[in-house]
Design a protein around this ligand. Structure first.
Ligand code: FES
Length: 107
């Protein structure tokens, strides 16, 4: 199992999931009713509502962003250099223990 931690924008809420490898972090969040991951497009990378922030330590370990992900992240409500789209992150042992902070709002 892979541990994924979601932290609310203000840090007041923290949810730890133990998820089977395979699928995306977005799918795991939606299946577990994580507030703040909306995922309107279901992972087609057109909505940007699966946006989350990753610490610099974790950011460096993740696969590089595609051009399309970089482009879409420019249009999220709170663009930051450490933003990722959860639908583009695969649940695997490589991200075991990752902490994702949710933005104050999704579009
Ligand atoms: S679910 Fe729409 S961009 Fe990720």
């Amino acid at each position: 199992m892979v541990k994924i931690v979601f932290v609310s924008h203000d840090g007041s809420d923290r949810t730890e999931l133990d998820v089977k490898a395979g699928g995306s972090v977005m799918e795991a969040a939606v299946a577990n009713n994580i507030d703040g991951i909306v995922a309107d497009c279901g992972g087609s990378m057109v909505c940007g509502t699966c946006h989350a922030f990753v610490s610099s330590e974790w950011f460096a370990k993740l696969p590089e962003q595609s051009e399309m992900e970089i482009c879409l992240l420019e249009f999220v409500p709170e663009p930051q250099d450490n933003g990722r789209l959860c639908c583009q992150l695969e649940v695997s042992e490589a991200i075991d223990g990752i902490v994702l902070q949710l933005p104050a709002q999704q579009r």
